[in-house]
Design a protein around this ligand. Structure first.
Ligand code: X2X
Length: 342
């Protein structure tokens, strides 16, 4: 090829590339613009967390099955604000979908935290029958009263572990005076106060910097969050306390849900619930592999005796206090799955 031909060829090739690129950009934009329902889903977790990965798959499947009528855009990593901000946005309809821990949702729907009672669940064999059964149905009925539509299958956040930059937590006494970040929720504060710790309510959007600047010594989260949000960079110890099981309700704004035709509601619900089951599987697998991986990043692990922690909670009056707050009906449904809690 002489240099002239070569120039022509390159010129042509670059036009093709630019042409293809603009077509694809235009194509997507046109698709989104033509969608009858352009909806926003916002959340607090990094884009690489299974919750966002599976939600993206669901959004793609929904776009496809509705022939582009429903286009769900995802805003991960607190791009649209903290959990507290997003909770008010989903109520007003400024965002259409939101995933939130039931414990944080309890600032609006008190009953939504009941599955987070400390050391209530031992394992997933207790959690899923409860949350897919009577306990989940009971909580969802309360959420609906707040004009929010919860999808049937709750997504997994996971069993929570305590991380620390100062000392490992091996026994209940190690929590005495421990400055620990907790999410914004009365139950979380109460749980750590029962251990004589010093809990500070901080939204997830501020957690990394709160740990880095040592405003708090520690925090507690499932391993999948510790990994994907890189909390191991600013923490030294990880105590496998499994002190609480936590899940994310996938919520639609009541306003959005009411204006969606029934057939579209059905397609959306089908794919969101299917994605929830896949996400649970992802988290289960990560639970099994992440300890090894996080050790290589320098985290030092230890286990605990849950009975010692349960006994300390019982002694402090924690269970009695919350039993009274939720009332006998809710407590009986919880204990149906967890066994007697004291
Ligand atoms: O805020 C947290 O710690 C997190 C990410 O686990 C929740 O959303 C409850």
């Amino acid at each position: 090829m002489c240099s002239n031909d070569r120039r022509k060829f390159l010129n042509h090739a670059s036009k093709i590339t630019v042409g293809a690129l603009s077509a694809s950009l235009f194509g997507n934009a046109a698709f989104a613009q033509s969608a009858e329902f352009k909806l926003k889903y916002a959340n607090n977790l990094p884009a690489i967390h299974p919750m966002n990965v599976r939600a993206k798959e669901a959004a793609d499947a929904i776009r496809k099955e509705t022939n582009g009528r429903v286009d769900i855009q995802i805003f991960p990593s607190n791009q649209l604000g903290s959990d507290t901000d997003m909770l008010s946005q989903v109520r007003s309809g400024a965002i259409d979908f939101f995933t939130i821990s039931g414990l944080i949702l309890s600032t609006l729907v008190p009953m939504a935290s009941v599955n987070g009672i400390g050391f209530a669940f031992n394992d997933y064999q207790q959690v899923w029958p409860a949350m897919d059964g009577d306990l989940g149905a009971f909580i969802r009925a309360h959420i609906e009263k707040a004009n929010l539509h919860p999808f049937e299958k709750i997504w997994d956040n996971g069993f929570r572990q305590i991380t620390s930059s100062s000392r490992p937590i091996a026994a209940p006494a190690d929590l005495k005076g421990f400055k620990i970040r907790v999410p914004v929720s009365p139950l979380w504060t109460s749980l750590f106060k029962a251990f004589d710790a010093a809990p500070a309510s901080i939204n997830f959007s501020e957690v990394y910097s709160a740990l880095q600047t040592k405003i708090v010594e520690g925090e507690e989260n499932p391993l999948a969050v510790i990994q994907t949000a890189k909390l191991y960079e600013v923490q030294k110890y990880c105590s496998m306390t499994n002190h609480m099981w936590d899940g994310f309700w996938f919520l639609a704004s009541g306003k959005t849900w009411a204006r969606l035709p029934k057939d579209l509601q059905a397609v959306i619900a089908k794919h969101i619930n299917a994605a929830a089951l896949n996400e649970r599987d992802d988290i289960r697998r990560l639970n099994n592999s992440l300890e090894v991986e996080l050790k290589t990043k320098g985290l030092v692990f230890n286990t605990i005796n849950p009975e010692a922690f349960r006994a300390a909670l019982k002694k402090s009056g924690f269970y009695a206090e919350w039993k009274q707050k939720y009332g006998p009906e809710a407590w009986a449904i919880l204990e149906k799955y967890s066994g007697h809690l004291g």
